[in-house]
Design a protein. Structure first.
Lengths: 258, 128
């Protein structure tokens, strides 16, 4: 359902202000969304003054600096720190991206960091992606073949067929695209969203897969697929430079022409 | 998630508008306005059957500043909707998804809609 306002328990309050203690002249104000499940209070936005002279170039470096030097309770997901795992996806300066590859020098003025939009918050910058993972499972992200495992030869793929997966297999499922999509905000329980649809297309396109028709049939649904109105927030936000809008467009075209 | 008291993270409140998303919502709003406009135009045409008096009424309405403003606005809403719909047709054919292309066509649709509006206005003024 379309609901523009945040529910009562999600209204954001003004949080604490952590003044700089290093007497640095190069200060950046960093506003970070905080919510602690143990307090029962509404979420708030804390402001940290961070000494930029002694900080790495990425937004994740700032978060680490705050966690190490100012407030150790700051909670966020991260793992690889170079844009491969997709753990540190969050809303930075109004657009979803990975904190580990987003340079904070690009951002003028205060830096605003929020969790991925329209998710149930687990704590601070961590959103709950259970629905998305369930939807991902529903498109069967594995090869469906009639092979029994007894065969002597492997399933081969020509170079040309392999190239058809370029721009789709690189997806790391960070959920930046899905949570940037207004359609997914309003209909996230039914609409599959750009990330899952891109994955669906990746398996439909795979020449080794034997279930193409079934896959197409399953995704051809007013709510699952056609809630995409080509708003293109997904493509605008993808930190890997992929194009979910194009993948969804390709599925629509396949359905229209098959 | 078991605990339903968890807050919802902010969405519209914090998400930065992109050209693409702005044009998309404009397309929708303008579409609704167009439907209303067409309905009103139909009723206007029908009311002409009532005779000279109702013609006079509509004539005076269009001559007023508000009337002119509405007519020019509707020229723009129609122009924009038509041009942006062309983008949608292109997308349905499988073209124009590239981020740069989508941005350029979006800006072109916006600029084009204003040019078309001016053209409509000038044609209406019998300048050509």
């Amino acid at each position: 359902m379309v609901q523009f306002n945040l529910p009562q328990n999600s209204k954001i309050e003004i949080g604490k202000h952590y003044q700089d203690k290093t007497n640095s002249k190069n200060i950046k104000k960093v506003n970070i969304y905080r919510w602690d499940p143990s307090t029962g209070q509404n979420p708030r936005v804390d402001t940290f003054e961070v000494d930029m002279d002694n900080c790495g170039p990425k937004v994740l470096d700032i978060l680490f600096k705050i966690k190490n030097e100012i407030d150790p309770s700051l909670t966020f997901r991260r793992s690889c720190a170079h844009g491969v795992c997709g753990s540190c996806a969050m809303n930075i300066d109004g657009v979803n991206t990975l904190a580990c590859i987003k340079s904070h020098t690009d951002i003028n003025g205060d830096l605003n960091v929020y969790p991925l939009p329209h998710l149930k918050v687990v704590k601070d910058l961590i959103g709950d992606l259970t629905t998305l993972y369930k939807q991902y499972e529903s498109i069967k992200p594995w090869l469906e073949t009639e092979q029994t495992g007894e065969e002597k030869t492997e399933l081969q793929q020509s170079q040309r067929d392999r190239e058809k997966l370029d721009g789709y297999y690189e997806c790391i499922l960070c959920a930046c695209c899905s949570t940037s999509c207004p359609s997914y905000w309003w209909n996230g329980d039914k609409y599959l969203g750009p990330a899952v649809l891109l994955q669906a297309y990746r398996w439909i396109q795979d020449s080794r897969d034997g279930d193409k028709k079934e896959r197409l049939k399953k995704v051809a649904d007013e709510l699952k697929l056609y809630r995409c109105h080509t708003i293109m927030n997904c493509t605008n936000s993808c930190p890997k430079g992929l194009n979910p809008a194009k993948a969804i467009g390709s599925i629509k075209k396949m359905l229209a022409t098959s | 998630m078991q605990d339903k008291n968890n807050p919802l993270s902010p969405h519209l409140q914090i998400y930065k508008w992109q050209i693409s998303s702005l044009l998309s919502i404009t397309h929708r709003i303008v579409g609704v306005i167009n439907i209303l406009a067409i309905t009103i135009i139909c009723f206007f045409s029908l009311s002409l059957l009532l005779g000279a008096e109702s013609y006079e009424f509509i004539h005076n309405l269009f001559k007023s500043f508000l009337g002119k403003f509405i007519v020019v606005s509707i020229c723009w809403t129609f122009s924009f909707h038509i041009l942006n719909e062309l983008r949608h047709l292109l997308w349905d054919l499988g073209y124009g998804f590239d981020l740069k292309v989508a941005r350029v066509t979006g800006v072109l649709a916006l600029i084009g809609s204003f040019i078309l509006t001016i053209l409509f206005y000038l044609v209406g003024k019998n300048i050509f």
